[in-house]
Design a protein around this ligand. Structure first.
Ligand code: FES
Length: 342
């Protein structure tokens, strides 16, 4: 082949490569234009309105275009998070958050189904619910407890010191404070030893949560281990205070596993990280039942089953609790330590 022919061939080959990449580029451009120009998405708003908006328009713009009020203190710059929405259907099809949105969402520990309306530009239909009132200001949005709770499967454990009022009748207040502080210190240690979280102080008792950092089966096992550890520490405390006590201190424990809203709540000056919901109330009622059943702990069957722990012949009761239509199976446990001996 002559030099001239070789040069012509090289030119052809170069032309073909260019042509190929031009075709690929044109196809991609056409696809992008098809999604951006003329295409619309439907936004199902929690108010019941269904809004049609052009692809490329943000959730916030679409909501405002439809005449609905929506909080946006920073003017849509991903700086305030007041525009945040909970996304229902269509979450998986949303483009992922950009860097600024991801940063803002991480700052408020938003769950994965929460997005900033000002930053989110859906390509497909989507259902959203605003999380803050339209008139919210930035301080409210950042305030601990401002709609920051999230649903979580946890184990709620209520612990109560029995007959604490009787303790106060026969002692000087300072002595009672000393004993109560010893009691709380021991409960705190029991929680620390078993991955429990001390959520609320209640005068003569406390609410502990398990499962803030573990999956539910493990949380249930840890909660039962926590109850056993509390009993062990109460025995040790009674032994050390034997000379000062007319009769040993006793505790009642109620434990139940289920979904609750877990988050920062309470007055702005003294917020606490705690949980609310029917399942938390149920645990409180189970603790109250320890008096009627004259036992140390009442635990729901669900909690034991999820933990994979046998009730070892403990009496089963079918009880009615507010917040549940059907009766709940619970076990009355004399000594939680026996549950772990299997
Ligand atoms: S309006 Fe402030 S983050 Fe969206």
């Amino acid at each position: 082949m002559s030099d001239a022919q070789r040069a012509r061939l090289a030119a052809w080959r170069g032309g073909l490569v260019w042509g190929f990449w031009l075709l690929v580029g044109a196809a991609l451009l056409a696809r992008w234009l098809r999604t951006r120009i003329g295409a619309t998405y439907q936004l199902r708003h929690s108010s019941g309105r269904v809004i049609s908006a052009p692809v490329g328009r943000s959730l916030l713009e679409a909501i405002r275009d439809a005449g609905l009020p929506h909080a946006s203190v920073c003017g849509g710059r991903a700086r305030c998070t007041t525009c945040r929405v909970r996304v229902g259907d269509g979450l998986a099809a949303l483009p992922p958050p950009g860097a600024a949105e991801a940063r803002a969402l991480a700052r408020i520990e938003a769950p994965p189904n929460v997005r900033l309306a000002c930053q989110t530009r859906p390509l497909r239909d989507v259902a959203v619910a605003p999380l803050l009132p339209a008139g919210t200001d930035a301080a409210f949005a950042r305030r601990p407890g401002a709609a920051q709770g999230r649903e979580r499967r946890v184990v709620a454990v209520f612990v109560d010191l029995r007959d604490s009022t009787r303790l106060g009748e026969s002692r000087l207040p300072y002595d009672v404070v000393f004993i109560m502080n010893q009691f709380f210190a021991e409960m705190h240690q029991a929680l620390r030893a078993t991955n429990g979280y001390y959520a609320q102080f209640r005068g003569d008792g406390l609410l502990a949560l398990y499962g803030l950092q573990s999956e539910l089966p493990q949380a249930c096992r840890e909660a039962l281990a926590g109850a056993a550890e509390m009993q062990r520490r109460m025995d040790a405390l009674n032994a050390s205070l034997a000379a000062d006590l007319a009769e040993p201190l006793r505790i009642g424990i109620g434990a139940h596993a289920g979904v609750a809203i877990v988050g920062t709540m309470g007055p702005p000056e003294a917020p606490i990280h705690s949980a609310i919901g029917d399942n938390i109330n149920i645990a409180a009622r189970l603790e109250g039942m320890t008096k009627a059943y004259q036992c140390t702990m009442v635990v729901s069957e669900e909690t034991l089953r999820t933990a994979g722990i046998d009730p070892r012949g403990a009496p089963l009761h079918r009880v009615r609790v507010r917040g549940r239509n059907e009766r709940l199976n619970v076990y009355a446990i004399d000594d939680p330590r026996k549950l772990l001996q299997q």
